[in-house]
Design a protein around this ligand. Structure first.
Ligand SMILES: Cc1cc2nc3c(=O)[nH]c(=O)nc-3n(C[C@H](O)[C@H](O)[C@H](O)COP(=O)(O)OP(=O)(O)OC[C@H]3O[C@@H](n4cnc5c(N)ncnc54)[C@H](O)[C@@H]3O)c2cc1C
Length: 378
């Protein structure tokens, strides 16, 4: 395990997040949690050392996302979106992003978020792109609606995308507090409302060429490291696995009181270890031999890891709820909340391949199981 997740201050942060009352509902933007995160160095983890950051490696960030998600999904999720924006700024094609801006991000003085799903997983069926970029003197003019931007109402900077008349994609950064930009009110959701996800509207917003991070080109978001929270990436899996581990911890508490639950806890424990190893193999941290069931030595793709991670998150939350019975179904119960939050993984950052695998899992074929019942005379 890496220096960060082993450090005393990180363990203390996770402990505090776990003990903090639930962050649920629009009125619960996690002010205190984010303050603790900053105090523990959270704004610096993914920033380059020369800009005041800690330059964490991809695997370190995956471990951080896992452990934070187990403690508080809202806080972890806000961080992933902020980090996605920062990492796109750091990786800009041309050295456009000033060192002082990166320093302000690393110190937490400046907050950024990302609204890029309309380039990958959202609004793909529309004939007109969600955000259109038209050439203007010295830059581009953006019009349209960014459908999703978490924490936008609390951020100063947005990394977002737009599509030109030729169908090419641009990745840009822009200040949120300027004429022509309207951050919508955060939306009440099935879960994670406290992460303040809103639409962002653009009405002819000028973006100078110096604020274009990449493009215009096809698939401007392709590439990037395992730890950049992109659609269906390993970092989204680390969040799902971590969340599942948090739910498993709740399920384990029930099993401490009831021995009949323990075999099921153990099965999840074995699964979680294998799954984390699968992720490490896919991230290139360890060789395929590290996982017994690793598809005959072939590492799983990021999308396959995500499918398995989603399944783990959903099943652990439901197992916990089942174990807590009617008491757990009360909306204030932690298991009830975990089930609501677990459904987030069905819709967040899921490329088509992940969606299809999920639907395969949900449309289960019972014929084999029924045959086994008959053979056993049930
Ligand atoms: C809580 C939360 C926070 C998020 N935060 C961020 C963020 O910070 N940054 C970011 O970039 N993204 C974010 N996302 C976006 C996320 O990653 C996905 O892109 C998003 O969940 C996809 O859902 P959508 O409704 O936009 O999909 P869409 O595919 O646009 O579907 C919208 C609706 O259109 C209809 N539809 C879909 N396909 C078709 C079709 N082929 N024909 C006709 N109708 C169709 C369906 O009825 C569907 O309900 C967030 C999502 C959630 C849920």
């Amino acid at each position: 395990m890496s220096r960060i997740v082993l450090s005393e201050e990180f363990r203390e942060l996770c402990h505090r997040l776990r003990c903090q009352p639930a962050t649920e509902g629009l009125q619960c933007w996690p002010v205190q949690q984010l303050q603790w995160l900053g105090q523990a160095g959270g704004w610096r983890w993914n920033m380059p050392i020369e800009c005041g950051g800690l330059g964490c490696s991809a695997i370190e960030l995956l471990e951080i996302y896992r452990d934070l998600s187990a403690a508080c999904l809202t806080t972890a999720f806000v961080l992933t979106q902020r980090n996605a924006a920062c990492q796109r700024l750091v990786q800009a094609e041309r050295p456009l992003v000033s060192r002082s801006l990166l320093r302000d991000l690393a110190s937490g003085q400046l907050q950024a978020t990302v609204g890029i799903s309309h380039l990958t997983t959202s609004r793909q069926y529309l004939s007109r792109p969600a955000v259109v970029a038209e050439p203007a003197a010295g830059g581009w003019c953006l019009t349209g609606v960014v459908p999703w931007a978490t924490g936008a109402a609390s951020s100063q900077l947005l990394v977002t995308g737009a599509v030109t008349a030729d169908g090419l994609q641009l990745l840009v950064q822009l200040p949120l507090q300027q004429a022509g930009v309207t951050v919508g009110l955060p939306v009440e959701l099935l879960g994670l409302s406290a992460a303040w996800t809103s639409e962002v509207h653009f009405e002819g917003v000028f973006v100078p060429q110096s604020a274009v991070l990449a493009g215009p080109c096809e698939r401007v978001l392709s590439g990037g490291s395992a730890a950049v929270p992109a659609a269906g990436s390993l970092s989204t899996s680390a969040v799902a696995i971590g969340f599942g581990l948090g739910a498993l911890a709740g399920f384990r508490e029930e099993a401490e009181l009831r021995a009949e639950l323990r075999p099921f806890v153990q099965r999840f424990e074995v699964e979680s270890e294998q799954l984390w190893q699968q992720l490490r193999v896919s991230a290139g941290v360890v060789g395929p031999g590290a996982v017994v069931s690793c598809c005959e030595g072939v590492p799983l793709t990021a999308e396959q890891v995500r499918t398995r991670s989603n399944s783990f998150a959903l099943r652990t939350a439901q197992a916990w709820l089942a174990a807590t019975r009617g008491a757990g179904y009360r909306s204030a119960h932690r298991a009830s909340r975990a089930v609501r939050e677990s459904l987030f993984f069905l819709v967040w950052s899921c490329p088509q391949a992940v969606l299809e695998s999920q639907l395969q899992e949900l449309t289960v074929d019972w014929s084999d199981e029924e045959r086994r019942w008959r053979e056993r005379g049930i």
